[in-house]
Design a protein around this ligand. Sequence first.
Ligand code: V1S
Ligand code: CA
Ligand code: ZN
Length: 388
Amino acid sequence: ENNIVRPKGYKVSWHSNPEIEKHHFGHAHPMKPWRLTLAKGLIMSYGMHTAMDTYVSRLATREELEDFHSEDYLDYLKTAMVAMPDDETPKDYNLGGSDCPIFEGLFNYCSMYAGASIDAARKLCNNESDIAINWSGGLHHAKKAEASGFCYVNDIVLAILQLLRKHPRVLYIDIDVHHGDGVEEAFWSTDRVMTLSMHKYDGLNFFPGTGDLDRTGPDSEGNPGAHHAINVPLSDGINDEQYVWLFKTIVGRCVDKFQPTAIVLQCGADSLAGDRLGRFNVQVQGHGTCVAYCKSLNIPLLLVGGGGYTPRNVARAWAHETSIAIGCDADLDPLIPEHTPYREHFRHNTLFPTLEQILGEPRVNRNTKKKLDEIVSTITEQLRFVNA
Ligand code: V1S
Ligand code: CA
Ligand code: ZN
């Protein structure tokens, strides 16, 4: 048995609900809520639950969902019926196509992951937690009245709206391999939220097709949201060293200029090497270093999940990142405990497989030093227009 010591005076809350994990998007669909079962099993087999305040999250109320989403969209989401099996065409509100299928229990699924993020944000607001975690959230593509890219309700926007009740400035950081378009759009016209997304960008060839470097906020003169959207477009095969350097450099400068009083970090695990949809060579270590860096800033921190389509790697990353939040990462044996549920799913039995173990052959890295330097200097220029 592992014994995790709870670091004194440092509070982490973990918000989850096992009901969420039971939903199915359909057999061919890459989004598997079951990955949360795998992650939870790993977190608990290391004994990390004993070092956090754990909460079984509740359903978000209709009123809470209406803080961002339109009434007519929520009505439709609640009553939408499972479509005919071979119907591939999205209907109203982009619901019912292959990306955002209507499945059994859809509205409960959405209300549960949103409830968890709202609860987590409230723990930070009333200083009951220093870090609050909801691995079932992070669904960054959902719009006010539209589903998009496996996301139906935008729990991140709802959580940030909670934080804004107490906090003057919130920094949103998104390390999912996809552009965090829904959150960016929601806060496009305000200077109280700065959004920063790192993602693969290849025009319309990679979903959702937005997030180029020059997308920085409204162009209109005097709009407070101008310059408060930050986008880091990347190419295939970026490695830990480059990714962590970019993250620390850019986040460091954003924090200096914007002086956030709360941070939301979307930890989408599809930026890891070997992801079914992703294209990067980021490893569990590098992904975790981004979380460690945010923790080191000593600003209230909300950690949410997001994408992640190779369940064993999702579980590794979010278990490792939970240990960083608690402060017990150095105490974990990288060898996955014998009694871990579904241990056979973790080939190589380690939290930190090498690139060779994950991929056989790593992807070609198409990110040049010159391009990354250009990104940093363009964003540094952009930040000259930002004040706290
Ligand atoms: N990339 C990708 C991808 N794969 C699928 C997909 C594959 C099989 C299925 F049965 C169903 C869907 N859809 C996509 C992307 C959406 C990616 C969403 C990422 C979500 C997140 O990780 O950021 C946060 C949770 N959709 C598309 O590329 C759109 C299409 C344009 C092409 C694919 N077809 C299925 C729909 C239209
Ligand atoms: Ca991203
Ligand atoms: Zn993604």
